[in-house]
Design a protein around this ligand. Structure first.
Ligand SMILES: [Zn+2]
Ligand SMILES: [Zn+2]
Length: 417
């Protein structure tokens, strides 16, 4: 088996790995580069079969639903079979109704935890992992007598940290080459760790107690771990979590009983449809989805009265609706995403400025979706591959001093597994 990383040996984003064995090939991920301005002007990696038909490219396997891992797939069309988790497919489909230039993807096969999937000469065994993206997998791939392990994106400090410990305790065996992500290198010192989602829950509880009005949490609805953290903190402080139709549809798409969603049996949950979204739903001809929120709806005229007992999953453009409903008295905004999204010229920076002009306190409460250097060390030691290749990192030169058996490769360079 041969391996070729098209993107990711020196950067986070645009991840794409080509595997070849016995004349057949698959791709692991086909992501959008972080610095891509738009899809049209971003070229596909030079992989035979992506542009012109080539039957030797058997499938594109997506580790999870973050765009830096699948964002270029729409450029390929539906000629090549896609493989992904079932919930990943559902969440991408649900988001397509709300996110600009998003599309639905259709899986030919599903990744399932621990269930071997054969595609031509490739035997793929997925491992569900803890990550800020839901339904994320690491993968063992065996072909031509060689075994590789691709970490995908993962961490140990989220709500599914037990999955990381299980991976450490029962690692894949006899791995020839491990492709391991290193997002946290350079963002965190080697001996530092990220706060856990559980620790974040405690911080939110304290802040919600101290907030007189509505607590506004700006986080990604697709960061399901975080939504659960915020929901639990809301419930513990006697507050109701208010979500919009987008978040409601994402939560429903997880199709998991333990995830809060506006369906019978869940308390401390309400749905508010901002005006801009109401117009969008009509335009998209899906206004009828709001019928399914019956019993959970919160109307603009009730927002002010409910504010002191509410937490809202919120984005900057919703400020208009809250202002109009006079629901901002005593409010606080909590930024629960990467602080890189607060850089100059971003919507995050505009929100921060808006809060400042309105006298609304603004605080960052966040933890990373990626493993700390210490947890990566534990993973590398447990898997003990014959060769470890850095991927999904801006700091590959830090790898050799942290891990054993590191080999640095370049983008587009073929290497034997
Ligand atoms: Zn990710
Ligand atoms: Zn990623």
């Amino acid at each position: 088996m041969r391996i070729r990383i098209h993107r990711g040996t020196r950067e986070i984003g645009g991840t794409c790995v080509e595997l070849e064995s016995a004349g057949a090939r698959i791709l692991l991920d086909l992501g959008l580069p972080l610095n891509a301005s738009d899809l049209a002007s971003t070229p596909l990696p030079e992989v035979d079969g992506l542009g012109r038909e080539d039957a030797s490219l058997l499938a594109i396997v997506l580790s999870h639903g973050h765009r830096d891992h699948w964002g270029l797939v729409p450029k390929v069309g539906d000629r090549i079979p896609l493989v992904m988790g079932k919930a990943t497919e559902s969440i991408i489909r649900a988001a397509a109704d709300f996110v600009p230039d998003a599309v639905a993807l259709h899986a030919a096969h599903y990744l399932e935890h621990g269930k071997r999937l054969d595609i031509g000469p490739f035997a793929i065994t997925p491992r569900l992992v803890d990550h800020s993206g839901f339904d994320a997998y690491a993968m063992e791939v065996e072909a031509g007598g060689k075994r590789i392990f691709y970490s995908g994106d993962l961490r140990a400090h989220g709500r599914k940290g037990a999955l990381f410990e299980a991976l450490i305790n029962h690692p894949p065996r006899n791995i020839d080459t491990m492709l391991m992500e290193g997002s946290s290198l350079g963002r965190l010192a080697e001996d530092q760790s990220f706060p856990s989602e559980a620790a974040l829950e405690e911080i939110f509880v304290e802040r919600f107690k101290d907030t007189a009005g509505m607590a506004l949490v700006a986080c990604s609805a697709q960061n399901i771990d975080r939504v659960v953290t915020v929901y639990r903190a809301a419930k513990r402080t006697g507050r109701t979590l208010i979500v919009d139709a987008y978040a409601a549809e994402i939560l429903k798409a997880t199709d998991k009983d333990s995830i809060p969603k506006p369906v019978a049996g869940w308390s401390n949950l309400a749905v508010f449809i901002p005006q801009g979204q109401r117009i969008q739903l009509v335009k998209k001809n899906i206004a009828s989805i709001v019928d399914s929120y019956r019993g959970f709806r919160l109307w603009p005229e009730h927002l002010a009265e409910h504010a002191p007992r509410s937490v809202m999953l919120f984005r900057g453009w919703m400020m208009r609706d809250l202002d109009r409903a006079r629901a901002l008295a005593g409010a606080s905004v909590f930024w629960s995403q990467w602080d890189g999204y607060l850089g100059a010229g971003t919507p995050g920076a505009a929100l921060q400025a808006d809060c400042e002009s309105r006298g609304i306190p603004f605080e960052v409460i966040h933890t990373s979706g990626h493993a700390s250097p210490g947890d990566l060390k534990r993973l590398a030691a447990a898997v003990a591959p014959r060769r470890l290749i850095p991927i999904h990192t801006f700091e590959r030169e830090k790898f050799p001093s942290l891990f054993e058996n590191v080999t640095l490769v370049d983008d587009k360079q073929w290497t034997e597994a």
